[in-house]
Design a protein. Sequence first.
Length: 328
Amino acid sequence: PLVSMRQLLDHAAEHSYGLPAFNVNNLEQVQAIMEAAAELDSPVIMQASAGARKYAGEAFLRHLIDAAVEAYPHIPVVMHQDHGQSPAVCLTAIRSGFSSVMMDGSLLEDGKTPASYDYNVEVTRKVVEMSHAIGVTVEGELGCLGSLETGEAGEEDGHGAEGKLDHSQLLTDPDQAADFVKLTDCDALAIAIGTSHGAYKFTRKPTGDILAIDRIKAIHQRIPNTHLVMHGSSSVPQELLAIIREFGGDMKETYGVPVEEIVEGIKYGVRKINIDTDIRLAMTGAIRKFMFENPSKFDPREYLKPAREAAKLVVKARFEAFGCAGQA
Ligand code: G3H
Ligand code: 13P
Ligand code: NA
Ligand code: ZN
């Protein structure tokens, strides 16, 4: 069934596990996630970005997720809107049937100008007021995603601050987090700990100076009852980069968030872990390989099938690592 995200997050907190939240844009991604969940008996969070809605259209996304619920009636599914840039965007998603929304007030409506704290509180509180009245969950964000190595947001288009961020913007302050949750009453809080969106997060395998897992612990100590969210949490597996390179792709050296660091975060209140890039890398590698090995084939089903299989392997690995398998 379609369930509220709050329900899943509370269950995850009670049983000390984390839920990966996968971005979806098309049929094959939805199928990959549902097949993995069914095989491992795991609850599911699927989320759609503004880019996803632009690509697929609100109606197609909604019906894809409704189809997932119909095809897998025993699996709890959350349909979450990722990075809502204004209360109006959140309202549209709610009207479209999303059971959870993110009001990302860390940036202004342009999605790139860092916002003031007061602005963030105001828009988030507004979304909480309209959402809670009808049982919709709200995720807020405090602090800006971006690299502690370079001060940059990482992603060229969308969901990232423009220009250099300073250290204080790149790490969520625990006291401010406590104040923010008190003033907004949001259900879940996305925090900044040095991760960024996309494939290029770190120039080396991250250590504590560039991936601040300790900050999660400090925030969790301050607000133990708030579900924490990690964005930019793809692990960017080296073996997926290798497949893409082997079959003609151009990927520079890069490192993601190691699965074991996320597992550490789950011990300290992280309940939702956002993953998009890893599925993109898996599908791209599989399609490149298929195209290279089968130059005469032209039926999209033939190359989308291995892409769906590759995505499913990533999804299963995260369900298992985060302790989500068997919790449906
Ligand atoms: O928030 C970032 C996600 O990776 C979504 O990216 O805007 O390209 O769909 P997108
Ligand atoms: P990745 O780019 O690391 O997959 O992060 C996705 C994300 O945070 C979506 O909100
Ligand atoms: Na989100
Ligand atoms: Zn994000």
